[in-house]
Design a protein around this ligand. Structure first.
Ligand SMILES: [Zn+2]
Length: 322
């Protein structure tokens, strides 16, 4: 699972799965009938990339029964649902597991941008971030979140639970992206000024960004703290903010932004000049952890992930009809 999980703020699927299966009194085992897509969306997607069939049913996505994180939850991931080919039913947890990582499959590759390419290396980042530095201001991760929350409500309203959960899983993806501080803030002000002229700074910021994406995978699968980390996600209490969805995503962005400077400092301290040379690998995380270089980064990230889990739980509870 590790190799296939290596995408941005990696392990969206597994993180979301852990989070929703630890919501008290939420029926994540419930079986939901797969329905055909019957919506009109006011949004452009990369042609051929906005998939509308169910990928589990079609056999395009295999749930990995060997996955450590899934196994740790005690849910029988293979036998706990009726095979969709016979009954067309899948459990709610499977929808979150599969579809919360879906927006990274290329459907959002719709715009070109020099800055984004240089920083993150892919243009779907437009819709997965929110960079409030003047020239980045057009990015629209917040709009993506709001769009899919709206679609989810619309689906639930007409009794279409399958798409209600599936759109909600997409929405959570964007929230998770926006809570990755590098998605809302690519560097410090001096770095952003140098960034324009200095290729080395561009490489460093890109590697710092992907290091922090991959750090989530490291924490879930390889770190000595992995059980403590998973427990923090499970223990997170739902936060239901008494605000509009617009305000909620804005608060999430501000929170994420406020963590950027400490986290970026720690990433640079832990990996130093490797960041100017290449992408950080799992072995680099292991070595840095052994040398005690990740301790503060871990504490900061645990707090951030726990806040994110609380928000996710709150959003699920306030959007799923019970
Ligand atoms: Zn993303």
């Amino acid at each position: 699972m590790i190799s296939s999980a290596l995408f941005s703020w990696s392990s969206h699927g597994v993180f979301t799965f852990l989070t929703v299966t630890s919501i008290a009194n939420f029926d994540y085992q419930k079986l939901v009938k797969i329905t055909d897509y019957s919506y009109v969306e006011n949004r452009k997607y990369k042609e051929g990339k906005y998939i509308l069939h169910d990928v589990i049913e079609a056999g395009n996505f295999k749930i990995d029964a060997e996955d450590d994180v899934l196994n740790d939850t005690g849910i029988d991931v293979i036998n706990s649902f009726v095979l969709p080919t016979q009954s067309r039913e899948i459990p709610v947890w499977a929808i979150f597991l599969v579809y919360s990582s879906f927006p990274d499959n290329g459907m959002d590759y719709v715009e070109e941008s020099f800055f984004i390419n240089a920083l993150i290396g892919s243009t779907q980042a437009n819709r997965h971030g929110y960079l409030k530095v003047s020239f980045f201001e057009y990015m629209e991760g917040d709009k993506s979140f709001l769009h899919f929350v709206r679609m989810s409500r619309e689906a639930f309203k007409k009794g279409d639970e399958y798409w209600g959960y599936r759109f909600l899983a997409y929405a959570l993806h964007y929230l998770e992206d926006l809570m990755q501080p590098y998605h809302v803030r690519p560097g410090t002000v001096p770095e952003l000024i140098q960034f324009i002229f200095d290729q080395r700074i561009r490489v460093m910021l890109r590697n710092a960004h992907s290091a922090y994406d991959d750090y989530m995978t490291f924490l879930l699968y390889k770190s000595k703290n992995r059980y403590d980390f998973m427990q923090a996600i499970k223990d997170a209490q739902p936060i239901v903010l008494p605000v509009s969805d617009e305000q909620l995503i804005y608060e999430a962005i501000v929170y994420s932004y406020s963590t950027f400077f400490d986290i970026h400092e720690e990433v640079k301290k832990a990996f130093g000049k490797i960041l100017y040379e290449r992408r950080i690998k799992m072995e680099d995380f292991e070595q840095a952890e052994r040398e005690g270089k990740l301790e503060r980064l871990y504490e900061l990230t645990k707090k951030l992930a726990s806040t994110l889990a609380s928000l996710v739980k709150g959003i699920v509870l306030s959007n799923v009809p019970m």
